[in-house]
Design a binder for this molecule. Structure first.
Ligand code: AVJ
Length: 338
């Protein structure tokens, strides 16, 4: 983007994104039980709805994580005086600023690398940061962190040429919001191992995770009284209607949120309120939903402090520090190559 001072690397073109949605929807709608991956919630409407979720009285994770980060940002910058802050899944600009401020105050910050599937979100976040942190360069990366992690700027497989690499570069990778909980345990392991494989000495991961607590509070956070989470959940059907020429009737699907104590995760589902037929024209697919049939749309795993350390250790990452908010609702973990 000439003139803006933002460098953009694209690993995900819109045609590829479309093909990946089509494949996920075909697989998910023909599976038994049916399931749609949560990454497709986030079009412009879905991102707005998520933003409203973060301000709901029942949805504590965003406020709690902000509190842990505000209390410990200086310690994080001291433990990992990074020249580059990489943020996986952006759009959390307020929290990003706490980290950028701490790294700037430590006198080390040179570059911000937001990594997200949505180019528009990235450019908006990048512009804001560029204005507020003069002298800091912004390198936006459009990609899916489950697939393009090998290409982080400054890593062995990535941009280590004159454009992307920097001598003496030390990277802090922030993966906040509890988003790692949206991955299944096996996928989390693969993801963490891939990240660890990109790390050089001195690089670190800052991981935000929601913690196990009273199930009533957990369920309320995913089934708010204003119905915002319900609208967010149903929004995946609008995305499929628009992008794959489908005819889901959003009124025909009810929001469900349950706590699964065996798997230690919240599960969101859409329940077909009647028997109905849905056609997805772009896939040449017509399918019947039975009355009360449920389709899973998201898991959101909740962790224990020891459990987080164990998952990191299994991926070759050692925990150097762990913090929670005063109520013990949410954790930040700083990890380095073991
Ligand atoms: C912040 C993306 C992890 O799982 O809590 C919020 C998404 N889903 N309400 C979460 C979400 C329902 C959220 N993440």
């Amino acid at each position: 983007m000439p003139g803006t001072g933002i460098t953009v690397t694209r690993h995900l073109a819109s045609a590829e994104r479309h093909a990946s949605l089509a494949a996920d929807v075909r697989t998910g709608l023909t599976a038994n039980p049916r399931e749609l991956p949560p990454k497709w919630f986030y079009d412009a409407t879905g991102s707005l709805l998520f933003d409203r979720i973060t301000r709901l009285p029942e949805y504590y994770p965003t406020r709690r994580e902000h509190a842990v980060l505000a209390a410990n940002a200086a310690r994080i910058a001291a433990a990992c005086p990074a020249t580059t802050l990489i943020e996986l899944g952006s759009g959390t600009s307020e929290k990003t600023r706490l980290l950028l401020d701490a790294l700037r105050n430590a006198g080390v910050l040179r570059r911000f690398v937001p990594f997200d599937v949505d180019e528009e979100t990235l450019l908006r976040a990048g512009q804001d940061i560029l204005r507020s942190y003069p002298g800091t360069s912004v390198h936006a990366v459009v990609g899916d962190f489950e697939r393009h992690l090998a290409f982080l700027p400054g890593s062995a497989g990535g941009d280590s040429g004159s454009a992307g690499g920097m001598a003496g570069d030390r990277r802090l990778v922030a993966f906040l919001g509890g988003t790692i909980g949206n991955l299944r345990p096996e996928t989390r392991g693969t993801f963490l191992r891939a990240l660890r494989d990109q790390f050089h000495d001195g690089d670190a991961l800052l991981l935000g995770t929601d913690l196990v607590k009273d199930p009533a509070r957990l369920v309320a956070a995913y089934d708010d009284s204003a119905g915002v989470t319900a609208a967010f959940n149903r929004n995946v059907l609008s995305v499929i209607n628009r992008e794959l020429d489908a005819d889901f009737d959003l009124r025909g699907f009810a929001h469900v949120a349950t706590w699964d104590p065996e798997n230690s995760w919240i599960e969101m589902r859409l329940r077909s309120v009647r028997e109905q037929e849905v056609s997805v024209r772009a896939l040449g697919l017509v399918t019947r939903f039975g009355a009360d049939e449920q389709m899973r749309t998201e898991i959101s795993a909740k962790f224990t402090l020891e459990g987080i350390r164990a998952e990191l250790a299994a991926a070759g990452l050692g925990t150097s520090a762990q913090w929670t908010d005063p109520d013990g609702d949410f954790a930040l973990t700083l990890a380095v190559p073991a």
